[in-house]
Design a protein around this ligand. Structure first.
Ligand code: ABU
Length: 377
């Protein structure tokens, strides 16, 4: 790393971790949201006993969009009350079909979860390649914002990771047919619905710890994607570590599994322990791993069309190392975090669950105080 990289910066884009005092952030929007289509990288299923019924296609109902937008606006208000500058994505019509030389998909998805698409590493904004066809163009709602930062400050770096073909060859279709017993047998192979050939990652599979970034192998991030990020960041002295959670048989995004809250404290998922030996990276540096309590909803009680797990409960957003925002119904989590010395702010957010995310997913931090530090190893 150069000296310049590690220095505190006035750059309009600057964020090194998940917890430093938040100053500027993008909050997603449900405007224009559609149901995610069935495609090689995703087989959406209904919940609550309706698994066998067809999954809808096309635009989400307006009342569902309105409910999510009301909750997202509540988050905006809370952030502004804490002097955080908030920006919102440009509206995009996600109902349009995509046709490329290599694939087509009947409609696109939504701009509720900027965390999946964008990551800030120091003064660099990286647009993830993504792994699903319906999300190929999901960077577009954020392009005006990103271009604005880039024009505003010559220290801002802006990188779009190579776009994958999303050709049928990029996917492992038989993954979806493997019964659970087969998945359990294969869980240490870390082979999911994407193959290893092309560079793929969703930004939400990564988590920032200063000069170290951890990133999980998942249904949305493959080893080539992790290698691309590692090579891309190594010249700046930023180390990328692959991590694995073998009991998560459908992993997608690390922020419901392993959530750093402040230096020395990580909220962990009791049903998805980190691979034996990989905990050393954290324990040897004095980090404490604390299991989250069971969520207030079971998987069956999650919204019928939500494709994420009950562990959205732990998808919290840090305002600072001392203050964290949680969904209002997660009382046991509030108590745990309070016992750990955090001030817990709560807001309603279950209407956003329908779109696959909670507070961390629905946001992308652009600027936090602080600088790059060596916090692991
Ligand atoms: N988008 C986050 C989903 C993670 C999970 O379902 O556990």
């Amino acid at each position: 790393m150069t000296l310049l990289d590690s220095m505190p910066t006035d750059c309009v884009v600057s964020a090194w971790n998940e917890w430093d005092r938040l100053r500027e952030m993008v909050v997603g929007t449900a405007v224009g949201a559609n149901y995610e289509p069935t495609e090689p990288g995703s087989r959406p299923q209904r919940r609550g006993g309706r698994e066998g019924n067809p999954f809808p296609t096309g635009p989400k109902p307006q009342h569902v969009i309105d409910q999510a937008n009301e909750e997202l606006q509540g988050l905006v208000q809370l952030l502004q009350d804490w002097d955080v500058v908030v920006r919102r994505p440009s509206p995009v019509d996600f109902s349009t079909q995509l046709v490329s030389p290599d694939f087509s998909v009947e409609n696109q998805y939504c701009a509720v979860c900027p965390r999946d698409v964008l990551i800030t590493v120091g003064s660099e904004i990286i647009e993830a390649p993504m792994s699903r066809r319906a999300r190929f163009f999901e960077y577009l709602p954020y392009r005006d914002i990103v271009r604005g930062y880039w024009k505003q400050d010559q220290n801002v770096r802006w990188t779009a990771a190579p776009k994958p073909s999303m050709h049928d060859r990029m996917y492992r279709q038989e993954f979806w047919e493997w019964p659970l017993v087969e998945r359990h047998k294969r869980m240490h192979d870390f082979e999911f619905c994407v193959t290893q050939e092309e560079v793929l990652f969703d930004a939400a599979d990564a988590s920032r710890f200063g000069n170290d970034i951890i990133i999980q192998e998942s249904m949305t991030t493959n080893r080539a994607g992790i290698e691309w990020l590692r090579r891309h960041l190594q010249d700046r002295g930023i180390r990328v570590h692959a991590v694995h959670f073998p009991l998560d048989l459908f992993p997608s995004h690390i922020d419901c599994t392993f959530v750093p809250l402040r230096p020395g404290l990580i909220l962990t998922n009791p049903e998805r322990p980190i691979l034996e030996g990989e905990d050393k990276l954290f324990l040897d540096s004095g980090w404490k791993l604390v299991d989250a309590p069971q969520p207030s909803l079971t998987n069956d009680q999650m919204p019928e069309f939500c494709q994420s797990s009950k562990w959205l409960s732990m998808n919290v957003l840090s305002l600072s190392p001392d203050v964290v925002i949680c969904e209002e119904n997660e009382h046991e989590l509030h108590e745990l975090l309070s016992r750990e010395g955090l001030e817990v702010l709560t807001i309603p957010f279950r209407g956003v669950y329908e779109f696959g995310g909670s507070l961390h997913c629905a946001t992308w931090d652009v600027r936090r105080e602080g600088k790059g530090e060596d916090l692991l190893g």
